[in-house]
Design a protein around this ligand. Structure first.
Ligand code: AMP
Ligand code: TRP
Length: 334
């Protein structure tokens, strides 16, 4: 039995319109988890500026991510949704963690290597220490569980290492070891054009991703044009090993309809991909269309969204501030 009260924390960067990967990998789970847990969902704007952002677009993306949380079903009255930069505890704890975390640990982060590429000497320091800030986000609330897509697994492991090192260094049992919650059939939704690349906001091809703001016709067109196969759908997952685009479509259908991959294969084995695509497009339209409409409604009333953010900030700060107080005492600032 742990002494820590169960609490969920997760964050999404305001770096563009959210896509189906964000929805199936993270936000859909945010909504399910709020039935059982106290949840805190954060628009992580401080993470966004680790790479260049246009200030005007950033401002607008922050409200769009907030609207997407609410439109997808996050209950902002019962749970906490807010903007990272409005609660200074994140930066305060991140600095302490910059001094707990080790350069060798950060050097192993594959996302940093991917994002920095050949430009390693010329990317921001923020991009490198980003996982320390992420650990601070989670641990400023003593959160115990973190729903994320598969790409964040390594960052979560680092958060656990930081929590443990802090506890050991200072001889306390203060921070919990946050557990990743990576579940469902679409923990890693792939590009519709290239099944070896994950669906992402930054892919140059619009046809690689489905956005939560796409209209019904666009959703259908993107699925229709998605890369697949001229062979018939097999009855085992193993047969799809070298066909990542096909497996991706099956995973997406399974996640969207809350079925297992085996169930989907059972229903479609022997059929053509065009028939699966037609059903998949219909399912996605059913899920995304109401979300899109609600995002647009919410964005028509930005004042109300700003009020929701301000209320969230107050509730978040009320939890994080005493944690910072205690951290400052533990490290000897007070
Ligand atoms: P980001 O947009 O990078 O802030 O991601 C927000 C959340 O969506 C994180 O939990 C990610 O792990 C998740 N996510 C992003 N892209 C994908 C994807 N292609 N498949 C599944 N989950 C994803
Ligand atoms: N790094 C996450 C991503 O890119 C976003 C994030 C920032 C996050 N802080 C977090 C996710 C804390 C979970 C918990 O997707």
């Amino acid at each position: 039995m742990t002494k820590f009260q169960e609490r969920i924390f997760s964050g999404v960067q305001p770096t563009g319109t959210l896509h189906l990967g964000n929805y199936l990998g993270a936000i859909k789970n945010f909504v399910e988890l709020q039935e059982k847990y106290n949840c805190i969902y954060c628009v992580v704007d401080q993470h966004a500026i680790t790479v260049d952002q246009n200030p005007q677009e950033l401002r607008s993306n922050i409200l769009e991510v907030l609207a997407s949380f609410i439109a997808a079903g996050v209950d902002y009255q019962k749970q906490i949704i807010f903007q990272q930069s409005s609660v200074p505890a994140h930066s305060q704890l991140a600095w302490v963690f910059n001094c707990v975390s080790r350069i060798g640990w950060l050097n192993r982060m594959t996302q940093f290597k991917d994002k920095a590429g050949k430009n390693k000497e010329n990317v921001s320091v923020g991009l490198m220490v980003y996982p320390n800030l992420m650990a601070a986000d989670i641990l400023a609330y003593l959160a115990t569980h973190v729903p994320v897509g598969d790409d964040q697994k390594q960052h979560l492991e680092l958060s656990r290492d930081i929590a443990q090192k802090f506890n050991n260094d200072f001889g306390v049992d203060f921070f919990p070891q946050p557990e990743p919650l990576i579940y469902g059939s679409a923990t890693r939704v792939m590009s519709l054009r290239d099944g070896n690349k994950k669906m992402s906001k930054s892919d140059p091809s619009d046809f690689s991703r489905i956005l939560l703001t796409d209209d019904d016709e666009t959703i259908s067109a993107k699925i229709r044009k998605a890369k697949s196969d001229s062979e018939l759908i097999p009855n085992t997952k193993d047969a799809l090993q070298n066909k990542p685009e096909c497996l991706n479509l099956i995973n997406i259908l399974a996640a969207t309809t809350n079925q297992s991959v085996e169930q989907v294969l059972g229903n479609y084995a022997g059929k053509e991909y065009s028939s699966l695509k037609k059903d998949l497009a219909d399912c996605l339209v059913q899920v995304i269309s109401p979300i899109r409409k609600e995002i647009n409604n919410l964005l028509d009333n930005r004042d109300e969204l700003n009020v929701i953010l301000a209320e969230g900030t107050e509730k978040a700060a009320a939890i994080a501030n005493p944690v910072i107080e205690e951290v400052y005492r533990i490290v000897g600032f007070k």
